[in-house]
Design a protein around this ligand. Structure first.
Ligand SMILES: Cc1cc2nc3c(=O)[nH]c(=O)nc-3n(C[C@H](O)[C@H](O)[C@H](O)COP(=O)(O)OP(=O)(O)OC[C@H]3O[C@@H](n4cnc5c(N)ncnc54)[C@H](O)[C@@H]3O)c2cc1C
Length: 410
């Protein structure tokens, strides 16, 4: 029988989708007899920002205000768990890490849920609520003053942003340029892509497919308000007053350097977004660090897994695996001796759900559930409106912040 009351330190870095689910599930164990268990949630941001609702936050200041939830309210007041508002700087070894505020933390188990960063203003980059709101406000004012808006990238985010901008500012010219031959990720049915083109058309959005916009090297976050003429690979010019980049994102893995130096090989992929390598159990891909997990956008699972709801599912898998290790007292053997450490068999994450729901302005939308495509139909509009467009499922996220007093005070 495992000694449930022993001291166990779990650090979860990143409290957004993957991290929130895992931290919550692991923290709940302390109510189930794991009396020495302590979860430390670390995030460089003071507030969770509901990125899923960004298309609405962009055009609705009241909603934007509500889309920030304070991490300080994440754990109940009387719980043994804590939130630390700082940035993970380095994972120094298999049991220690260093934060940017100088704090050193010990961990028996570590979950990295650090996600990725979008290059353009389709998510907030500021670490405070005020800073994040200022970023969104600046872009909203830019949109109000603009005559023409260019959205680059026709994945779900680009389609949603183009739809909400066009529905809010019907008198402005909105153009969506996409490098692919159809909108939305191609693992979804063609009917969904066609429906998106048709419904954007209803809002007078010009959709240009098979065209890659050439971006100057210095095209940064703040450089996207102001008149510019960008050129596509076809030679067509796209003049616009605001440019919204909805393509590409980068994963930070610099904090892995000490571990990589120790084992003499990279734990992340150098090309592309720089994803962190994991095993199907979501453990870091190395025999040396069986107690470190990576869930969500940061890991190298296929792009079809890069969704908030799948990040949450991965957070659940990682938490279940950490619990399994705790129940076999793996942390005890791992901290005492390196030679006879046997890692128990753990659950594997498998991507079984294929679903997408894309609001196109407040009234229209397309969706696919399992294999059923809802593209051009009115049923799609109805479903997307009922389930997503109203508040982009922000209500579900509020359930993660039980410390209501503090949440309401914000
Ligand atoms: C505009 C937009 C709309 C989207 N719409 C949808 C949608 O409708 N449905 C859907 O399923 N998905 C959607 N997504 C995708 C979804 O948001 C991501 O898949 C999801 O955010 C990934 O979650 P995550 O927990 O892996 O990482 P993230 O959400 O990226 O969170 C990472 C967290 O880690 C913190 N962090 C990062 N590095 C450090 C560090 N070094 N130290 C401390 N803290 C750190 C960050 O501050 C952040 O809180 C959308 C994305 C965007 C940008």
């Amino acid at each position: 029988m495992a000694d449930k009351s022993r001291n166990i330190s779990i650090v979860v870095v990143g409290g957004s989708y993957a991290g929130a689910v895992a931290a919550k599930k692991l923290a709940d164990l302390s109510k189930k007899g794991y009396s020495g268990l302590k979860v430390t949630l670390v995030d460089e941001k003071s507030h969770y920002f509901h990125a899923v609702g960004f298309p609405k936050a962009l055009v609705d200041a009241k909603y934007a205000e509500k889309a920030f939830l304070p991490f300080a309210s994440f754990f109940e007041n009387d719980s043994p768990h804590q939130f630390v508002n700082s940035r993970l700087k380095l994972i120094t070894d298999a049991h220690h890490l260093e934060l940017e505020n100088g704090q050193q933390l010990y961990y028996d188990y570590l979950l990295l849920a650090t996600g990725g960063k979008a290059p353009g203003p389709i998510n907030v980059s500021a670490t405070s609520k005020d800073g994040g709101l200022a970023e969104i406000d600046q872009l909203r004012v830019g949109l109000q003053d603009a005559n023409s808006i260019l959205v680059i990238g026709g994945g779900a985010v680009g389609v949603e942003v183009a739809g909400f901008v066009a529905a809010t500012f019907p008198q402005k010219k909105v153009t969506l340029v996409h490098s692919g031959k159809r909108l939305l990720p191609t693992n979804f049915r063609e009917g969904v892509s066609n429906g998106a083109v048709a419904k954007l058309g209803q809002l007078d959005v010009d959709v240009v497919l098979n065209e890659r916009v050439e971006l100057p090297d210095d095209f940064g976050h703040s450089a996207q308000i102001g008149h510019k003429v960008l050129r596509g690979t076809s030679g067509t010019e796209y003049p616009s007053d605001v440019q919204i980049l909805a393509v590409g994102f980068k994963v930070n893995s610099a904090f892995l350097e000490p571990l990589e130096a120790k084992i003499g090989s990279l734990l992340h992929i150098e090309d592309g977004p720089g994803f962190i390598r994991v095993r199907p159990t979501l453990q870091l891909d190395s025999d040396s660090f069986p107690n470190i997990f990576v869930a969500g956008d940061a890991n190298d699972l296929p792009m079809t897994a890069k969704y908030g709801f799948k990040a949450e599912m991965q957070g659940g898998t990682a938490a279940a695996n950490i619990k399994k290790l705790i129940d076999t007292e793996f942390d005890k053997s791992f901290s005492e001796s390196r030679d006879d450490v046997v890692v128990p068999a753990l659950g594997k994450w498998s991507d079984m759900v294929d679903a997408i729901m894309v609001p196109i302005g407040p009234d229209l939308g397309v969706a696919q559930m399992l294999k059923v495509a809802l593209g051009c139909s009115g049923i799609a509009n109805f479903l997307v409106r009922q389930i997503k467009s109203k508040d982009f499922m922000l209500w579900m996220r509020k359930g993660y912040y039980p410390n209501k007093q503090q949440t309401n005070d914000e």
